[in-house]
Design a protein around this ligand. Structure first.
Ligand SMILES: O=P(O)(O)OC[C@H]1O[C@H](O)[C@H](O)[C@@H](O)[C@@H]1O
Length: 431
């Protein structure tokens, strides 16, 4: 993976950073790297995530699912317990005969439709919750298993649980004799893609887990004490420095459909890790070239509060555009859709640069397991580095926990002050 920060530099306009700003920042990056390396060496909570590619045993995960031969895998989980699996399978398992679905939200219309459409008898359910207590996940699982019962399917034969703490989900797995895998210790959900959490569905779909982990290891091995020598830190440091100068939004814009969900995964990583103490950079999600025809207007001509991150693979499959003699379309004939997408990508970079709007280019080698594993670990490391520079607790999410407790309290699942606050909130309804 390489990161081109050239278009984030040398702008006269705000937000902009100069090369000397980065030289100054590099001393702080060196200190932050020492902290991160120490955290990794001691397997400290959160920092341990960057050791996953080294520690996770692909063969063990493949063995755990070897007895299944499903048509579909249904991940029941939310946030970090779903987005890693979705990102990996979307990026790498497009050609698999096995389909992947994720049930994260509890919208009844969506859940009913999905359960009607799924081949329940041929579906393996992967229930994932690190805490084992998340209401959406547990409720969805109860609904899914009821639907399987109603369809005459023995769900206990086709359900795998992945959880961390002792709690309701582990109890349920034990009571029903379900295979239960562990979320590795010290790894928050949004950093757990390259563990059982993200790899179980991928294994059932034939994704190259070894390749993913090898790519991840390459990312962890490339961490170094200077942003000029480490693409992950270059990204984290530039995003941080631009935010400090007013780029409070980071628009993540992959130019490849297989990474559309990666932008969603990145949004959780960036928002939950860095949105603390009144600061943090708001992640926006976009897809090139589609959003070039909608959001780019705002990115180029709206408030000067954005960094645009464009991502692409260096290699794309062929899809030639047929020749045509239609007037004004000759320029397309004989080209390739990939070349057109790359031209759109470069046009976006140029258009932002011409308007003195910062962008960063992330390029991965290809849409293959090694490159995707590397991308995930590099973005995690970028986030950890940014967290050190902001001086926040990167690995907790107390603001999210508040809402979780309040929702449980409202359903009678606990005696929480948060629920009282919801009940007492001020309303001004206009009907
Ligand atoms: O894996 P779980 O414990 O079910 O948590 C699922 C999600 O729940 C919360 O919303 C947390 O803020 C997320 O970080 C987490 O990924």
């Amino acid at each position: 993976m390489n990161v081109d920060i050239g278009n984030a530099l040398a702008s006269e306009a705000d937000p902009g950073i100069s090369r000397s700003d980065l030289d100054d920042l590099d001393e702080r990056v060196a200190d932050a790297h020492d902290r991160i390396a120490r955290g990794m060496a001691d397997d400290e909570f959160g920092y341990a995530s960057l050791n996953l590619p080294e520690r996770v045993d692909a063969a063990e995960i493949e063995e755990a699912v070897a007895g299944f031969d499903p048509e579909a895998v249904l991940t029941v989980g939310i946030g970090g317990s779903a987005l890693g699996a979705v990102t990996i399978t979307e990026a790498l398992a497009g050609d698999s005969p096995v389909d992947h679905y994720a049930l994260d939200n509890v919208d009844p219309a969506h859940v009913n439709r999905l359960l009607d459409d799924l081949p329940l008898a041929e579906t393996v359910v992967h229930v994932v919750s690190r805490s084992g207590t998340t209401a959406e996940t547990l409720a969805n699982f109860l609904v899914v298993r009821e639907a399987m019962d109603a369809a005459g399917v023995d769900w206990s034969e086709q359900t795998v649980v992945t959880t961390g703490e002792p709690g309701p989900l582990r109890d349920l797995a034990e009571a029903e004799g379900l295979p239960a895998l562990d979320v590795p210790k010290g790894v928050p959900g949004r950093f757990s893609a390259l563990s059982t959490v993200g790899l179980v569905p991928a294994a059932m779909m034939g994704v190259d887990l070894e390749g993913l982990l090898a790519g991840g290891r390459a990312g962890a091995d490339a961490l170094a004490g200077s942003l000029f020598e480490c693409p992950a830190y270059a990204y984290g440091a530039v995003a941080y420095a631009l935010d400090e100068r007013g780029a409070s939004v980071d628009a993540m814009m992959p130019y490849v459909e297989g990474l559309e969900s990666f932008a969603e995964w990145f949004a959780q990583l960036w928002a939950e890790s860095l949105g603390k103490d009144g600061g943090g950079q708001t992640p926006a999600r976009a897809l090139g070239a589609t959003d070039q025809h909608s959001q780019l207007q705002l990115y180029r001509a709206g408030p000067r509060d954005k960094l645009v991150t464009v991502v692409r693979p260096a290699e794309r499959p062929d899809c030639p555009i047929p020749e045509t003699d239609v007037a004004d379309l000759e320029y397309l004939g004989g080209q390739d859709l990939g070349a057109l997408l790359d031209a759109e990508f470069e046009a976006t970079e140029a258009s932002l640069a011409a308007a003195e709007r910062p962008s960063v280019r992330i390029e991965i080698d290809a849409m293959d397991a090694e490159s995707v594993g590397r991308l995930l670990v590099d973005m995690e490391a970028a986030c950890v580095l940014a967290g050190e520079l902001y001086g926040v607790e990167t690995f907790d999410q107390p603001a999210v926990e508040w809402g979780k407790k309040a929702a449980r309290g409202l359903l009678g699942g606990g005696d929480f002050e948060e629920a009282d606050a919801v009940a007492e909130k001020t309303e001004l309804i206009v009907d």
